[in-house]
Write a protein that binds this ligand. Structure first.
Ligand SMILES: Cc1cc2nc3c(=O)[nH]c(=O)nc-3n(C[C@H](O)[C@H](O)[C@H](O)COP(=O)(O)OP(=O)(O)OC[C@H]3O[C@@H](n4cnc5c(N)ncnc54)[C@H](O)[C@@H]3O)c2cc1C
Length: 452
């Protein structure tokens, strides 16, 4: 694709997730910049007519099903209508508690990265690490020492970009394993088709399930709810595990310059309801890959019974690459991974909200955009005016919350932001509330079950 086409479609219509893959093809005229809105966005630094630009949201590129089919289809691989190609699905955690307790979920991602380095199956792991106070607070980095991988554990609900590390990969030969959210991995797959150097050097990809990406303002909003200045926070933990609480009722922890750690459960922090989507990138509302369908292995949270009760965290895992599968089989056999096979329905259940928002919700958003004559990326979901009036209203309100929060100047003033969003959030809460009749029905059902 020509640079001009990217500018006139994806960029002009705000479908960029900031992955930075557009900067990586040979001679690309794009560079990445962190904008005042707290997100990465490409800037043109060369000629518009340069060709060979790659973007996961571009119109005429293979979709995730096609890309994954080229990579994985074959013996021992299954296909599911909702989440594509897979070998096995598991729930579980690492046996070594240091991976699990240090990780966001079951510690699987860090374990896998460590294991690939330890077994010399890869020379480098490309992942996200903390850079310290200031903006940006997190960035992609390249790691070769397995012991250094521990410090990169945990989910960062924060924008990052691949531009710098892709430049390093081009310069430095070696075997790289890249960790990323679904649209970033899709971008890498497209880049690998375009540029042989990345196909040769990126030997494994580890996908992370993704609800959506946030701007840097999300961290600022959370930080502002602690009795501390943002610049005095040396370390930020978006996924602090709280003993005894269900895994999905985690907290946020900050480490101050003076060594003090402060923790708040997320249900006491405004803005942490993922369903509302504060500071969400617009691109995320037009993505239909929740689990990283083009990655060699993908990891998420198993927030379903009975695992959700365990505060230590449990992964939902999907394998695709035969070498990774062999490594997993051996580790389960040796007892290093406490993983048990899971059913597709369990995977769907664990991401039910995500699938609703990116299937039914996406169909409706595409329909709305087309109605307004707006360009949209082509998706595997067809534009459709969904039947339920209530759900249509919910998706429209979510779009409003996203837009208002994204542009709001109050990201360091939680009370003002709350006031600004209150009327819409109230309307969302009203939609969630069961009607009197439904509540009565549920109560009767519970009473009948109790007396059976
Ligand atoms: C933006 C985002 C949205 C997510 N949404 C969902 C969701 O909707 N449903 C769900 O089940 N799971 C979601 N996850 C994944 C989940 O939070 C855990 O990361 C996953 O379960 C792996 O846990 P773990 O304990 O195995 O990983 P850990 O051992 O904690 O390792 C996490 C790894 O991910 C890397 N990483 C952290 N942040 C980023 C980032 N922004 N981009 C790329 N790499 C990163 C870290 O550097 C580390 O290598 C999301 C993660 C992110 C970053």
């Amino acid at each position: 694709m020509k640079a001009a086409e990217l500018l006139n479609t994806v960029l002009r219509n705000d479908y960029c997730s900031g992955c930075g893959v557009c900067t990586a093809s040979d001679g690309s005229p794009f560079g990445m910049q962190l904008t005042g809105e707290g997100r990465y966005f490409p800037v043109l630094t060369g000629l518009e007519n340069i060709d060979g630009i790659v973007c996961p949201f571009a119109q005429d590129t293979p979709d995730e099903t096609a890309l994954a089919g080229q990579l994985y289809a074959g013996a021992g691989v299954h296909f599911h209508e909702e989440f594509g190609y897979y070998r096995q699905i598991y729930t579980g955690h690492t046996a070594d508690e240091s991976f699990r307790l240090n990780g966001s979920s079951g510690g699987g991602v860090t374990w896998m990265a460590h294991e690939l380095l330890r077994r010399n199956l890869t020379d480098f792991v490309v992942t996200v690490g903390e850079t310290g106070p200031g903006t940006p607070r997190y960035a992609y980095r390249i790691i070769s020492n397995p012991e250094e991988i521990f410090a990169t554990a945990k989910s960062r609900y924060y924008p990052v970009s691949l531009d710098g590390v892709l430049e390093q990969i081009r310069r430095q030969p070696g075997r790289y394993t890249l960790i990323g959210i679904p649209c970033f991995i899709k971008g890498i797959r497209l880049l690998q088709q375009q540029e042989p150097v990345f196909a040769e050097r990126i030997v494994f990809t580890i996908g992370i399930f993704c609800g959506h990406l946030k701007s840097t303002h999300y961290l600022s909003l959370l930080a502002a709810q602690f009795p501390a200045h943002e610049e005095d926070i040396v370390s930020f933990d978006f996924r602090h595990k709280i003993p005894g609480r269900p895994a999905n009722r985690y907290g946020t922890a900050i480490q101050l310059k003076n060594g003090r750690q402060l923790v708040k459960p997320n249900d006491q922090l405004f803005g942490t309801d993922w369903g509302l989507g504060l500071f969400k990138l617009n691109a995320c509302d037009y993505c239909d890959d929740i689990i990283g369908e083009t990655a060699d292995i993908s990891f998420g949270d198993a927030w379903i019974p009975p695992f959700e009760k365990d505060w230590k965290g449990t992964n939902m895992v999907v394998t695709r690459h035969p070498v990774i599968q062999k490594l997993v089989d051996e580790a389960i056999g040796k007892g290093d991974l406490v993983w048990q096979p899971a059913r597709p329905e369990q995977l769907l259940q664990s991401q039910a909200g995500g699938f609703r928002h990116r299937r039914e919700g996406l169909a409706y958003r595409l329909w709305l955009a087309r109605k307004k004559g707006r360009w949209t990326p082509r998706k595997r979901v067809a534009p459709r005016r969904i039947h339920s009036r209530k759900r249509r209203k919910l998706y429209r309100l979510r779009m409003q919350i996203r837009e208002i929060s994204f542009a709001s100047a109050f990201y360091r003033q939680p009370d003002k932001l709350r006031k600004q969003l209150r009327p819409i959030i109230r309307r969302v809460e009203k939609l969630y509330r069961h009607s009197l009749w439904t509540r009565l029905r549920l109560r009767i059902k519970r009473l009948v079950q109790k007396h059976k």
